[in-house]
Design a protein. Structure first.
Length: 289
C-alpha cells in the first residue's frame, strides 16, 4: 500500500465553563503470546504453532515472527503476516489492548514509525475465512532492538472456539524488515481486553443570554492561493470573535503531511485533539486518551 499525503489543519479556540476528564479504561485478565523457535517456519509450512494463553512467559530467548506488507489483510492466518491463534469463547466489546515488542533494521521506519494493520478474527478456518471482530491501523515506535509498544483495536462480536490476532505492515516502504518478539521474560508480548473509555463531557454556559445579533461580531478572514498551478484558494485563515472568546481556524491544502488539530481553551483547563489523540488539562492535571 502506497502512502498519500494531504494536510487539512484546523485550530479552534473557545471558552467553556467546565470540562470533565475521560473515565480510565478498566483492563481484564491478560493473555500472553507463546510459541516455539520454529514458529516462523511452521507458519510458512502451513502448521502454525504461535498461540496465546493466560499463562505468563518464562523463557529466556524470545520467539520471533516476521511480517510482510504483501500479506492479504483479509485472509485470517496469512503466512506472510504475524499472527497468533488460541482457544477462546465469549463476547467481545470495547478495545483489545496489545502490549508487544517490535524491531526493524529499516531506517525509514525508525525515522517515521511503523504503521501496522491489526485485525482480530473469530473462529477462522483453514481457508482463511473468519469473522472480523475488529481492525485498526496502529503506529509503532521501532529501533534495531526490540521496543515495547502499546496499541488498541476496537472489537465487537462473539467467538465460539478460536480467536486469531494478525498484524500486517500498512506501508510498503516502512513495512520491510519488521520483526515481533514474544514468549520471553524480556519481551512478554500479549494482550488484554479493556472497556472503551467515555468521551470527555463539556458543560456550556446556558445562563448568559446572548441574542443572535450579539453572537458573532468582528469576523475577519483571508484566503490565499499559494500553488500557481490552481486557480482557486488553497489556504484559509479566519477569526470569529464572540462576546466571551474567539475561534481561530486555519485550513491549508498545500502542506506535505495530513494533520488535524483542535484546541479548546477555557477558564478551567484545555482540551487538545491531535488526530486520534486527546490531551485534557484541568485543575493542574493532565490526562491523555
Amino acid at each position: 500500500m502506497k502512502r498519500s499525503l494531504l494536510l487539512v489543519g484546523a485550530f479552534v479556540a473557545a471558552t467553556f465553563m467546565g470540562l470533565a476528564g475521560p473515565v480510565p479504561a478498566a483492563a481484564t485478565s491478560a493473555f500472553y503470546f507463546h510459541g516455539t523457535a520454529a514458529d516462523q517456519a511452521n507458519k510458512i509450512a502451513g502448521s502454525p504453532t504461535a498461540t496465546f494463553s493466560s499463562g505468563p512467559t518464562t523463557g529466556s530467548t524470545p520467539v520471533t515472527q516476521t511480517t510482510s506488507p504483501a500479506a492479504n489483510r483479509d485472509f485470517a492466518g496469512n503466512p506472510l503476516a504475524a499472527y497468533w491463534t488460541g482457544a477462546f469463547t465469549g463476547t467481545l466489546s470495547g478495545d483489545l489492548q496489545l502490549d508487544w515488542w517490535w524491531s526493524t533494521t529499516n531506517a525509514t521506519a525508525q525515522l517515521l514509525g511503523l504503521s501496522m494493520d491489526v485485525a482480530v478474527f473469530g473462529d477462522p478456518d483453514s481457508s482463511g475465512n473468519g469473522t472480523l471482530l475488529g481492525r485498526a491501523t496502529v503506529n509503532l515506535t521501532v529501533t534495531p532492538a526490540p521496543t515495547e509498544n502499546t496499541s488498541q483495536v476496537p472489537v465487537g462480536g462473539s467467538v465460539a472456539k478460536t480467536l486469531l490476532i494478525q498484524a500486517v505492515p500498512h506501508f510498503d516502504d516502512t513495512g520491510q524488515g519488521a520483526v515481533v518478539y514474544y514468549d520471553a521474560t524480556s519481551t512478554p508480548s500479549g494482550f488484554s481486553f479493556v472497556k472503551a473509555p467515555t468521551s470527555p463531557a463539556v458543560t456550556f454556559d446556558t445562563t448568559t443570554p446572548i441574542s443572535m445579533r450579539q453572537l458573532v461580531y468582528d469576523p475577519t478572514a483571508k484566503t490565499l492561493t499559494l500553488d500557481a498551478n490552481w486557480n482557486t484558494e488553497d489556504n484559509l485563515n479566519c477569526v470569529l470573535t464572540f462576546p466571551t472568546g474567539y475561534a481561530h481556524t486555519y485550513l491549508t491544502w498545500t502542506a506535505g503531511v495530513r494533520k488535524v488539530i483542535y484546541s479548546l481553551q477555557g477558564t478551567r483547563g484545555a482540551l487538545v485533539i491531535d488526530d486520534d489523540d486527546w490531551e485534557l488539562t484541568s485543575d493542574g492535571k493532565v490526562e491523555k486518551l
